[in-house]
Design a protein around this ligand. Structure first.
Ligand code: PLP
Ligand code: SF4
Length: 346
């Protein structure tokens, strides 16, 4: 029977047929460490009979998460070192992140903020928001404010509207970008009210939305309707995909996903190499594998369907594209999509 409310307790996952009763004890240990939640919209995408289900792999906790590797870190991209105020991360000269809340409708097993997100996760108070906006106002080099979390579309539309309007009213802010999984994980939250909240930036700043989507099956009928509502409201849409072993580490899956995004008016933006979040080794492919997949996409997909493959360098050193490179500047050779090399004078 389809779930009608969010599944959180490991016993509920057993009852829903998503984990075996024999795994309950281990999953209880995982759930005590990292937040667990599957919305009905996500749970109904899972085929419980398929032990390798790519949706289940993203959301259903497993004992593999208890295996923490020495290279893994609780703050893998070094947010803390660049966080001068509660809820604000300022790593790049022209843009800052704000994390108004650290809750999400679902909790991804590979989340890079998994040590912080969850129902007990800190939320910015009104005083924190005031302090963050004063920080932005005082720094005219800033051009973009990125709302992330947690999932900022969990904010009630009235609060979101006020926040977006206040940010967009800052004279030097040109872009407000919202990063969210809500259109897929809880599409019922995408209402005309929510779209209007995003539009409250009009006149002051352009409001962009980047949706986090990893598998074509996440683009359900309801999710596609949610994306259409936002696109029709004039919100430019981007996507971010995390490359995950056993979920989307195949050229076929990425091909179908990127095409489906473009067809739904979402421009593929980033393919993220997974961060070194604790207990996620079983989900991380190698960078060489990621590069081979990107090469395969270059040959077979439209340019507007090509994401950039990026790594966020551990320690807070920033995101960089990790190839593959087609131009070998040293020897004056360029590689074509089929892998053949040609000379070019440089
Ligand atoms: C990822 C990130 C951004 C956004 O980077 P883009 O390359 O513009 O998408 C901004 N600030 C911080 C701290 C980040 O980690
Ligand atoms: S939606 Fe984003 S912030 Fe929330 S658990 Fe997933 S990866 Fe983490």
């Amino acid at each position: 029977m389809p779930a009608t409310r969010t599944l959180r307790a490991p016993a509920e996952l057993v009852a829903a047929g998503l984990i075996a009763a024999a795994d309950l004890a281990a999953v209880e240990v995982v759930a005590a460490r990292y937040a667990v939640a599957l919305t009905p919209a996500v749970a109904e995408l899972i085929d419980p009979a398929d032990p390798a289900d790519p949706i289940a792999r993203q959301y259903v906790p497993t004992a593999a998460e208890l295996d923490t590797r020495p290279e893994e870190m609780s703050d893998p991209i070094g947010d803390a070192a660049y966080s001068p105020l509660n809820g604000l991360v300022h790593r790049y000269p022209d843009r800052v992140l704000l994390t108004p809340l650290l809750v999400c409708p679902v909790y991804c097993r590979f989340c890079f903020r998994r040590s912080r997100v969850g129902d007990g996760g800190a939320t910015m108070t009104e005083a924190d928001i005031d302090a963050a906006l004063a920080y932005v106002l005082a720094r005219p080099k800033l051009r973009e404010v990125i709302l992330t979390g947690g999932d900022p579309l969990m904010l009630p539309p009235a609060r979101l509207r006020r926040l977006v309007a206040r940010i967009a009213a800052i004279p030097h802010i040109e872009v407000v970008r919202v990063h969210s999984r809500v259109p897929l994980s809880d599409p019922g939250r995408v209402t005309p009210d929510l779209a209007a909240a995003l539009q409250s930036g009009r006149g002051g700043a352009a409001v962009w939305l980047a949706v986090h989507v990893n598998h074509p099956r996440e683009l359900s009928d309801k999710a596609r309707d949610a994306l259409a509502l936002l696109a029709d409201a004039g919100v430019p849409l981007l996507s971010q995909t995390v490359l995950l072993k056993g979920v989307n580490d195949s050229a076929e899956v990425l091909d179908v996903l990127m095409r489906a995004l473009v067809r739904n008016r979402v421009r593929p933006y980033y393919l993220h190499h997974p961060d070194l979040a604790p207990g996620t080794a079983h989900l991380r492919p190698s960078i060489a594998e990621g590069q081979a997949l990107m090469r395969a996409l270059r040959g077979r997909l439209s340019g507007i369907a090509q994401p950039t493959y990026v790594l966020d360098i551990p320690g807070g050193f920033g995101k960089v594209p990790v190839g593959p490179d087609y131009w070998d500047g040293g020897v004056g050779e360029v590689r074509d999509p089929k892998g053949r090399t040609h000379t070019y004078p440089g």
